[in-house]
Design a protein around this ligand. Structure first.
Ligand SMILES: [Zn+2]
Length: 115
């Protein structure tokens, strides 16, 4: 499963970071996730719990922040947030645009440390 390997590499990164900070206990990992990342949120949450077992991160939480898809509209010359990822066009003037600025994120933004 795709999400499981992603969860495992996230846990690995967080474990290394916790060690760098002197072996602190991580209570939560905060992640930014865009709809275009190709990752299913529910599957990732589930995989995280499974992958945490037996690691220093066992019992920690994965907190996912959803990132909207933002495109650039050449007509309006503005950034526009997409209402739906089914339709890549400007929400105001309806001009189709392939220029994606945000929405592909899959990145750890913060670690919550216990204590
Ligand atoms: Zn527009």
């Amino acid at each position: 499963m795709h999400e499981l390997s992603i969860a495992m590499s996230m846990i690995e990164m967080a474990t290394e970071e916790a060690e760098r900070r002197g072996g602190v206990q991580v209570s939560a990992v905060h992640l930014k996730l865009g709809p275009l990342s190709g990752v299913v949120k529910e599957a990732l949450l589930f995989s995280y719990d499974v992958a945490c077992e037996g690691t220093p991160l066992e019992g920690s939480r994965l907190v996912i922040e959803d990132v909207p898809v933002v495109v650039y509209c050449p007509e309006c010359e503005e950034e526009r947030t997409l209402d739906s990822i089914q339709k890549f066009s400007c929400a105001v003037c309806e001009t189709p645009t392939p220029q994606i600025l945000r929405g592909q994120e899959l990145e750890i933004v913060a670690l919550e440390i216990e204590g």
